[in-house]
Design a protein around this ligand. Structure first.
Ligand code: ADP
Length: 147
């Protein structure tokens, strides 16, 4: 026995990884947060994407680095203008569930050309953000599999 795994074993391992096995904590802000505060939050939390929620904690938006850059370029008063004017909204948000296959989420990242996907829990008719899948997450899985 060489200690090497046959390709099939590795492939099966990858196919069985679920979103919940690798998801990390989401950073969430209220939709009326100012663009300025969102930028500060992004630096403090060291993330590339923030998720916006309404007063019912329902997911209503995604805010990326470039969304915030765009928000600083117009005539916005960024200390007053809320992130809701620049965020990507429903129904355009790509989401996933904890029990989805990771490979499904990875495919979504590529297909939609985005950096992260919020992981949601359906609570009544609300989408509660409980995690995120990012390119970094998936790169870590890749490295772990190779080690
Ligand atoms: P950046 O814009 O900083 O390069 P992304 O590639 O993640 O980061 O975002 C590109 C655009 O797609 C942004 O406008 C962002 O709001 C949007 N976006 C990011 N993640 C999602 C998602 N999960 N679902 C829908 N839109 C998203």
């Amino acid at each position: 026995y060489t200690g090497k795994e046959p390709a099939e074993v590795l492939t099966n391992k990858i196919r069985n990884i679920l979103v919940r096995d690798v998801q990390s904590l989401p950073i969430v802000i209220k939709e009326d947060t100012s663009i300025y505060e969102a930028i500060v939050k992004m630096f403090l939390e060291d993330v590339g994407t923030l998720y916006a929620i309404d007063e019912d904690k329902d997911l209503v938006g995604v805010i990326s680095r470039k969304d915030l850059l765009k928000g600083t370029m117009g005539k916005n008063d960024i200390e007053r203008a809320p992130v809701s004017i620049i965020m990507t909204r429903r129904p355009h948000i790509t989401t996933c569930y904890p029990n989805d296959l990771l490979i499904y989420a990875a495919n979504q990242l590529i297909e939609k050309q985005i950096d992260s996907i919020p992981v949601i829990d359906k609570d009544a008719d609300k989408d509660i953000v409980i995690g995120r899948i990012t390119k970094t997450n998936i790169t870590k899985v890749f490295v772990n599999l190779m080690e």
